[in-house]
Design a protein around this ligand. Structure first.
Ligand code: ZN
Length: 70
């Protein structure tokens, strides 16, 4: 059995064979294998999105700064 880490808090998760659910020992997240996979995918998508947004904000600011100087 491969051990899973919680996508929300990074804590160790235990698998319950009878309920087929993973439970986070730290924050109490209770999910199936499929839900866990979905959350992990979302977390992975979230990171580059934020970076792109921040980058866009910096570009907007630079544009504003340059245009306001003249
Ligand atoms: Zn957790």
């Amino acid at each position: 059995m491969s051990s899973q880490t919680c996508p929300e808090c990074g804590g160790a998760m235990s698998y319950d064979l009878s309920t087929k659910h993973f439970t986070c020992k730290k924050c109490g997240l209770y999910v199936t294998r499929e839900q866990l996979y979905d959350i992990k995918m979302k977390v992975r998508e979230r990171t580059p999105d934020d970076k792109r947004k921040r980058r866009q904000m910096q570009d907007d600011y630079l544009e504003w700064w340059l245009s306001s100087k003249h």
